[in-house]
Design a protein around this ligand. Structure first.
Ligand SMILES: [Ca+2]
Length: 162
């Protein structure tokens, strides 16, 4: 009768290889986690929110349009943001119509009514979107994936740079 090799060297080698593989996996995981900030780089960001328009909140169209969000293209090429959305904590959603932002440029989304131009979009609202004390702006791409988020929590300022 032959003896089984359960205590033989083959099993030990397998264990050792397993430990080596695990070490390599940990090393790779470390490398990738270190490089993740670069992967998180975005082409378009929310660069700022003017959430407390000047003067009293009279809901005049002028006052509504003094409340706005800026999106900036951080790249050297045109970025298409058609069907991208901006939303607040309360669940108001704006969807960009056919829109592109030239390299390095900014587009402004104003709360009130107006005629869209290449540099300005209008949400066409009759009430304010951005709370004067605290809120969060969420930018999502056409697939609904989060692109950028900007939160503020201060009545000491009217504008949040993101
Ligand atoms: Ca406001």
């Amino acid at each position: 009768m032959r003896q089984s090799g359960r205590n033989g060297s083959t099993g030990d080698t397998t264990k050792r290889l397993g430990i080596v593989a695990a070490s390599v996996a940990v090393a790779l995981a470390t490398v990738f986690s270190v490089s993740s900030p670069a992967q998180a780089a975005t082409a378009v960001k929310i660069s700022g929110i003017y959430y407390n328009s000047p003067g009293n909140d009279t809901r005049s169209n002028t006052s509504l349009n003094a409340e706005y969000v800026n999106l900036q293209n951080l790249t050297r090429s045109t970025q298409v943001i058609t069907n991208w959305t901006i939303r607040d904590v309360a669940g108001h959603v704006y969807k960009f119509p056919t829109t592109s932002i030239p390299a390095g440029r900014t587009i402004t989304l104003r709360t009130g009514k107006g005629a869209n131009s290449t540099t300005t979009r209008y949400w066409q609202q009759t009430n304010y979107i951005w709370n004067n004390d605290r809120d969060t702006a969420y930018l999502r791409n056409a697939a609904g994936a989060s692109v950028y988020t900007c939160a503020y929590n201060s009545t000491a300022a009217s504008y949040k740079s993101c």
